[in-house]
Design a protein around this ligand. Structure first.
Ligand SMILES: Cc1cc2nc3c(=O)[nH]c(=O)nc-3n(C[C@H](O)[C@H](O)[C@H](O)COP(=O)(O)OP(=O)(O)OC[C@H]3O[C@@H](n4cnc5c(N)ncnc54)[C@H](O)[C@@H]3O)c2cc1C
Length: 386
């Protein structure tokens, strides 16, 4: 059996980000994925848009602001060729939204200028999703087409499929939480579609109104442009605790099975084209690509980062936690040296580098993680209801 210091399961943006940060301290890392390349599931569906969150001050907005500042600088410094920084114009959806925008202006955390239609943020960008995952992990050992089916823990080590052994295990498996197997780890798939089109219209900034429209990339002879338009949001009525087949499929390009609606893909394509045309008039449009993926969304929308609480052991130690008795976070029992980054929702490319940096500092230098992103909160919420 081959032995590693760190094994990371899941080569989406979360897995690639933590692999990158850990590799600054340790080279004995293996990154595994069931698919045949990086970022084949949610991370391949993503448009990779980086955009500020507007609103009155609250904890979630503060998290997104810190993450955007960190991740933007991170991509710019380390992967400048994978970051397209042309700014984003945020446009209110309707009159009501216009009023809301006005009330948010005193709380804008980024440089901006007011335009007739909305607010222009120079930080708005798009990340080349596959390229950045590849570059982040170029010095890391990877094994694709590898399904992790069984994890055993013995004394100090995790054994994977009786083949690999590791001292530290990191699960970055997105919406497929089968390996986590803890009931409180309440991650729901929020499915979505993005399309890539060819058009004769040139677009020189990113836009966001009811959907995001990217800057255009010119073809070699400048005859046409490629534009990315995303995304739709759906919670379908399937139970991922019973079946995760669709979550396992790479580059899913048909909603039919999850949505039970044969026409869903076409309907979503029309929705996206209509919304995009409401922002910029797109001429001579040809549909080039359809991307579908499941965002991993936690019940309270915050990510899940850090050690994983062992619910069985914790409840044996503190049975009164079920009645709501307060137990300090550090006393809850965690699986030894097992960590997660999950629940990135619709902002994986904004959140992942920032959260991976925090997790790496936690693992290597024992720095405490902010309590609103750790797994303790959902465990306590779940335990109280038992
Ligand atoms: C349509 C759409 C558009 C989006 N647009 C944006 C955007 O513009 N900007 C943005 O920031 N975010 C966007 N997002 C959100 C973003 O895609 C996600 O937040 C992010 O990709 C999640 O990354 P992840 O690494 O956690 O999960 P994933 O990318 O899903 O990666 C998980 C990996 O784990 C692997 N895996 C799981 N179980 C196993 C196993 N047992 N064995 C081996 N491998 C396993 C899977 O194969 C997969 O590769 C969008 C999402 C969608 C669906």
């Amino acid at each position: 059996m081959t032995q590693y210091d760190y094994i990371i399961v899941g080569a989406g943006i979360a897995g690639c980000s933590i692999a990158y940060f850990l590799s600054q301290h340790n080279k004995n890392i293996l990154l595994l994925d069931r698919n045949n390349d990086f970022s084949q599931t949610a991370s391949s569906a993503a448009g990779g848009f980086l955009s500020p969150l507007l609103g009155k001050p609250n904890e979630f907005k503060e998290l997104v602001t810190q993450a955007l500042n960190f991740s933007f600088e991170f991509y710019k410094k380390n992967f400048p060729n994978e970051l397209i920084n042309k700014g984003v114009l945020r446009i209110p959806k309707n009159e009501e939204d216009k009023e809301k925008f006005k009330s948010y202006i005193p709380y804008i955390d980024f440089e901006y200028s007011l335009k007739e239609e909305g607010c222009f943020f120079p930080i708005g960008s798009q990340v080349k999703t596959l390229d950045v995952c590849q570059k982040m992990t170029k010095n890391i050992q990877t094994q694709f087409n590898y399904e992790v089916k069984e994890i055993r823990f013995d004394e100090k080590y995790y054994t994977i499929n009786d083949e690999y052994v590791t001292a530290h295990l990191i699960l970055t498996t997105g919406a497929d939480t089968t390996l986590i197997g803890e009931k409180y780890f309440n991650i729901r798939p929020v499915w979505g579609q993005r399309i890539v089109i060819e058009t004769s219209t040139c677009i020189d900034i990113n836009y966001h109104k009811e959907c995001s429209v990217s800057t255009s990339v010119a073809s070699e002879n400048n005859a046409s442009y490629t534009v990315s338009i995303g995304a739709t949001h759906h919670r379908f009525n399937c139970d991922s605790s019973v079946c995760t087949q669709c979550l396992k499929e790479p580059n899913l390009n048909n909603f039919a099975r999850v949505s039970k609606d044969e026409n869903r893909v076409n309907i979503d394509t029309d929705i996206l084209l209509n919304r995009a045309n409401d922002i910029v008039k797109l001429e001579n449009v040809k549909l080039k690509e359809i991307k579908i993926g499941a965002r991993a969304s936690s019940v309270d929308y915050f990510p899940m980062v850090g050690g994983l609480i062992d619910s069985k052991k914790t409840l044996e130690l503190f049975p009164h936690i079920k009645k709501g008795t307060h137990v300090q976070n550090h006393r809850l029992s965690q699986y030894a040296n097992l960590f997660v980054i999950n629940g990135l929702g619709g902002r994986g490319f904004v959140l992942a580098p920032y959260l991976a940096h925090l997790l790496c500092e936690h693992i290597i230098h024992h720095k405490e993680l902010p309590s609103n992103i750790t797994t303790h909160r959902l465990f306590k919420r779940w335990a109280k209801k038992l």
